[in-house]
Design a protein around this ligand. Structure first.
Ligand code: NAD
Length: 361
């Protein structure tokens, strides 16, 4: 069996970690033809568009993609390419497994969590109105008329849509994942005590969907602030977490921190018939071009991709090789050393070399 996969290298540290992941995936022996596409700043320079149509077309055609991180300007400039891709392709489920690996320094001994984040709506929907514009004033006036609540005149506005359809399908995704992967419990995370309509609707949908899995998968819910504390204090109590978009984004990084940092946290954005895999981390611009950062998160995103393709054996072998190299602690990047200044730390490509060598041994 051979596959065509769209590869978007990304920017900052993106090219380095994507190349490492591509080499490791190729080393499993699975036959992949890579179709490279560029997006982000590099695409603006070359094609005059941050997300050229041909990138979307390539993913639609190949159905599977892997992507390095892409920078998003803060507070100005173009909208996140990452968010645009997830929305354009309706990759509604963001899957982020967080499992503690032997050899990684953390405060914990036993963590095996899966974060399932809704990817298409919530405050991430991109419905924002700039401060000072006439149309923002109009929106504020309408809101005031309808709700009776006055908004300060010097405000910017963001809208938080939460729908029944998107909430039900993400919770169903979480339960189906739990069933397929023999997990025991799904926890829905929300702030429905305060956001009674939006988060309240998400929770209502989660409760309804959970009924279909009664007796097979346990269900509970947690308020997001309490969830953060619980995850820090007793993460071993939790299993699969399902969250609206923004809480999912924040808790993904929290969970990555629990298992040793962003350098080892993989992810996938999954829709009904296509998927795009990427690390949880961003483009870490200060490390760009230094051959320094950890390629594990991208390589493990590749493992998720191989599983999505049905290449379980290759995925198991690659995951095992990564785990062994990390457990040995010799050929690993600075962030996996006890002392981050340890001179024996290897570079991004050397860690990938060690994983490939182990895979083939
Ligand atoms: P970041 O994840 O890029 O980096 C934060 C810190 O985490 C780094 O300084 C570094 O210490 C550590 N880190 C990240 N990746 C690592 C790795 N592979 N190995 C070792 N350490 C690693 O977060 P940021 O600095 O907030 O964001 C930088 C840019 O990335 C922003 O423009 C942001 O919008 C973008 N971003 C993109 C994605 C994506 O493409 N999916 C995700 C998150 C952030």
């Amino acid at each position: 069996m051979s596959y065509k996969v769209t590869l978007i290298p990304g920017d900052g540290i993106g090219r380095e970690v994507s190349l490492a992941a591509k080499r490791c995936i190729d080393a499993t022996g699975v036959k992949i033809t890579w179709e490279e596409q560029i997006a982000g700043e590099e695409a603006i320079a070359k094609y005059g568009a941050v997300l050229p149509v041909k990138v979307i077309d390539s993913i639609r055609k190949n159905k599977v993609a892997i992507k390095g991180p892409i920078m998003t300007p803060v507070g100005k400039g173009f909208k996140s390419v990452n968010v645009q891709l997830r929305k354009a392709l309706d990759l509604y489920a963001c899957l982020r497994p967080c499992k503690l690996m032997k050899g990684v320094k953390t405060r914990y001994t036993n963590i095996d969590l899966v974060v399932v984040r809704e990817n298409t709506e919530d405050l991430y929907a991109g419905i924002e109105f700039s401060q000072g514009l006439k149309r923002t004033e109009d929106v504020m006036k309408n809101i005031e008329d309808l709700s009776g609540i006055a908004i300060k005149k010097d405000s910017a506005i963001g809208i938080k849509p939460i729908s029944i359809s998107a909430s039900k399908r993400i919770v169903k995704f979480a339960f189906d994942y739990a069933v397929k992967n023999k997990r025991r419990k799904v926890t829905a995370v929300h702030k429905a005590n305060i956001m009674k309509e939006t988060d309240g609707l998400f929770l209502k949908c989660a409760r309804e969907v959970s009924e279909e899995y009664k007796g097979r998968i346990e269900f509970e819910d947690r308020i997001v602030d309490n969830m953060c504390m619980q995850l820090v204090q007793k993460p071993e109590l939790y299993d699969v977490l399902v969250l609206p978009n923004l809480y999912g984004d924040i808790l993904s990084d929290l969970c990555a921190g629990l298992i040793g940092g962003l350098g080892i946290a993989p992810g996938g954005n999954i829709g009904d018939n296509m998927a795009l895999f990427e690390a949880v981390h961003g483009s870490a611009p200060k490390y760009a071009g230094l051959n320094k950062v950890n390629p594990t998160a991208m390589i493990l995103s590749g493992v998720l991709m191989l599983r999505y393709l049905g290449e379980e054996n290759a995925a198991d072998r690659l995951e095992k090789a990564v785990c062994e190299i990390i457990a040995e602690g010799k050929c690993v990047t600075y962030d996996l050393k006890k002392d981050r200044n340890d001179p024996s730390a290897v570079g991004t490509s050397q860690m990938a070399d060690a994983i490939i060598k182990r895979l083939n041994s």
